[in-house]
Ligand binder design. Structure first.
Ligand code: FE2
Length: 323
């Protein structure tokens, strides 16, 4: 990975899926913990409790993964990347909060957007974690803990995982344009990665351990595409009580609850009506740009520190690009 990237993106903004029935998708996402932000005949925008006006976009169409958006640090960065080969001119975003974007298509046909200037929305509620009493650290004195039954509070879109033909080539493509850094590699043999977790380069400011996980499509029968999408919930009670709510609504759990090894987050994966995997997570690692990449053998696999083993279906491509 040589040379400076064109820009260094700040974070993930939202994914874009397509689904034939927006009513059914909205119903699932409400059970998952989102709230309708806006809807047209063709597009559904869903949000969490935080200031992002939307954290999930679904377009009417054949079920599939269209792409996702990064947020640029500055307007200048947006202009710089838009002037680069393959990117569209800067254009207005016709969506809640407005803003601007440029678009490019990655080597697998994924539509990658870079956005900037989306106006924040009024938060829908408190997204602060609940105070905990942890034996030596007491955050709640004189008040009781009461968890309202119902869906999770979704905080923000955190990351996605993609199955790709060549992990190193994909990362080189994204690194050159968006400045992503490698956090952890899983290697079949030295220098032969089958999965790499990558994060945003914010310099001295910490970022999520992974914003994109690139996984080899060997485990998906050579089919590149979406592996899963992931949103941060406000705290551990949101993950646990939210899981109970999804189960009560007879939604399909894929894998969970457990704590991952690489990234350390507590996770819970659910499938939408077309099989796209949606993850809830909380308590993930935060790394600044100085933390070096970690190398791990294939034995680490999709290991968790506790929790059930992954089902054989986990990680297979379930949403190849529809166009
Ligand atoms: Fe994940």
């Amino acid at each position: 990975m040589q040379g400076d990237p064109i820009i260094k993106v700040r974070e993930m903004a939202f994914p874009r899926l397509s689904a034939p029935d927006l009513d059914a998708m909205e119903a699932f996402l409400i059970d998952f913990g989102m709230v309708r932000a806006h809807r047209t005949d063709e597009t559904l925008y869903m949000r969490g409790v935080g200031p992002a006006p939307y954290v999930h976009v679904v377009e009417r169409g054949e079920p599939g993964f269209i792409g996702f958006a990064f947020e640029a640090q500055t307007r200048e960065d947006l202009e710089r990347i838009a002037a680069s080969e393959g990117f569209s001119a800067v254009e207005p975003l016709e969506a809640p909060g407005g803003g601007w974007r440029t678009r490019v298509t990655d080597p697998h046909g994924v539509a990658v957007e870079v956005v900037h200037g989306i106006a924040p929305a009024a938060p829908l509620g408190d997204s602060a974690p609940r105070p905990l009493n942890m034996g030596t650290k007491f955050e709640r004195i004189g008040t009781v803990q009461r968890i309202k039954a119902g869906p999770s509070r979704i905080k923000r879109f955190g990351h996605l995982a993609m199955n790709v033909r060549d992990v190193k080539a994909s990362i080189a493509w994204y690194r050159a344009r968006f400045g992503i850094l490698e956090s952890d590699r899983i290697n079949l043999a030295p220098g032969m990665p089958v999965a790499i977790f990558t994060r945003c380069d914010r310099g001295a400011e910490p970022a999520d351990h992974h914003s994109i996980l690139f996984a080899s499509d060997m485990g998906s029968g050579g089919m590149p595409g979406l592996n899963h999408l992931s949103w941060e919930v406000c705290d551990i009670d949101d993950l646990l009580a939210g899981a109970e709510h999804l189960a009560a609504k007879k939604r399909a759990r894929e894998w969970g609850i457990g704590r991952h090894l690489l990234g350390s987050q507590v996770f819970d994966y659910w499938r939408d009506p077309w099989g796209h995997i949606h993850e809830h997570w909380t308590d993930g690692d935060q790394l600044d740009a100085s933390v070096p990449v970690g190398d791990h053998s294939i034995d680490v696999g999709a290991a968790s520190q506790w929790g059930p083993n992954p089902p054989p279906t986990f990680g297979r491509t379930i949403a190849p690009q529809p166009r």
